[in-house]
Design a protein around this ligand. Structure first.
Ligand SMILES: Nc1ncnc2c1ncn2[C@@H]1O[C@H](COP(=O)(O)OP(=O)(O)OP(=O)(O)O)[C@@H](O)[C@H]1O
Ligand SMILES: [Mg+2]
Length: 299
């Protein structure tokens, strides 16, 4: 087992965050070549750069085993945040710790190593290689590591993953021969090939119909149940409700962070049964048999 996660190897909510952002800022400075000279020059120079504040100081912790949905209007910074989490980009300022390691200290090679070994990605547009079969697409992250040869165990694992996502009978199909939902399932299997600690999904169901979307979400839910940490971006409330925690962003900042409705309901249901360990409320003791039963149970 790798020392990468400093002991955070189990995917159960624990005390150490797997991901920690501290006051992360991402600013894009866009240059224009507006041309012009003479009297127009000063004006064109003033307009020569546009600064976009994509993230304005984001601090957040994610724990192993969590299932988080990031929501917010278009342009609010969701993808920017997910790309930083995925080490696909670097913050302008602030700190990012992944499994306790300071990402800012790593060079590009180390970052791509972390990406391929510890993170799984699922994108809206599937990002499959058209010339490759289902199996080859699933194996793709492995070919980015080492010699490029696929070990027999890895070959077996990719077949297992194809089965897991319901594509056992499509191993030799190419993306064009698959439906959108099937292509996204290939992408899910591909994201799992390295047994990542964290799965990052950006609008994973954005191109799918409602039924297929919910099938994909069920699959992600099962992965979370089996211990995977999932961080996903979505526009849709009903998709976000599959998560356990919902973060809402506005103008590059987190404006809300709390349990999803289903987690709130689960918590309420739990509180509702709490009286079983204490005195039953009056409205439940009007039936003498039930009251006697409950009383006996508490003895
Ligand atoms: N590479 C880039 N260069 C310049 N500006 C960028 C770049 N990427 C994103 N932005 C800007 O940063 C802001 C946040 O973009 P981001 O893609 O994170 O939004 P989003 O919340 O994912 O939106 P959407 O829901 O439309 O995908 C936007 O104003 C966007 O124009
Ligand atoms: Mg986006």
């Amino acid at each position: 087992m790798s020392a990468f996660l400093n002991g955070t190897t189990s995917a159960t909510p624990g005390s150490k965050p797997i991901v920690k952002l501290v006051d992360v800022v991402k600013t894009y400075v866009m240059g224009h070549n507006t041309g012009g000279g003479g009297l127009l020059r000063r004006r064109s120079q003033a307009a020569a750069t546009v600064t976009v504040h994509a993230l304005r100081g984001v601090s957040v912790d994610f724990y192993p085993g969590e299932y988080i949905a990031i929501m917010g209007a278009s342009g609010s910074g969701k993808s920017t945040m997910l790309n930083l989490l995925g080490c696909l980009d670097r913050p302008t300022s602030g700190e990012y710790f992944l499994g306790g390691r300071d990402i800012a200290q790593l060079d590009d090679d180390e970052l791509s190593e972390i990406r391929s070994r510890y993170l799984g990605f699922i994108f809206q547009s599937y990002n499959l290689i058209q010339q490759y079969t289902v199996l080859e697409n699933i194996q793709l992250p492995l070919t980015y590591q080492g010699s490029g040869e696929i070990a027999p165990e890895a070959e077996e694992r990719s077949v297992e993953l194809a089965k897991l996502v319901g594509l056992a009978d499509r191993l030799d199909h190419r993306p064009a021969q698959l439906s959108g939902g099937q292509q996204q399932r290939v992408a899910i299997a591909r994201s799992l090939i390295n047994d990542p600690y964290v799965i990052l999904a950006d609008e994973a169901t954005g191109n799918l119909d409602t039924r297929t979307s919910h099938e994909i979400m069920e699959m992600l839910g099962n992965l979370n149940d089996s211990g995977k940490t999932i961080i996903m971006v979505t526009h849709e409330e009903d998709i976000a409700e599959h998560a356990k925690r919902i973060i809402r962003m506005r103008d590059g900042q987190i404006v809300e962070d709390g349990p999803s409705k289903r987690m709130q309901q689960a918590a309420t249901a739990l509180i509702g049964t709490a009286h079983l360990n204490g005195p039953a409320p009056a409205w439940e003791t009007t039936d003498p048999t039930a009251a006697a039963g409950a009383g006996a149970g508490r003895e």
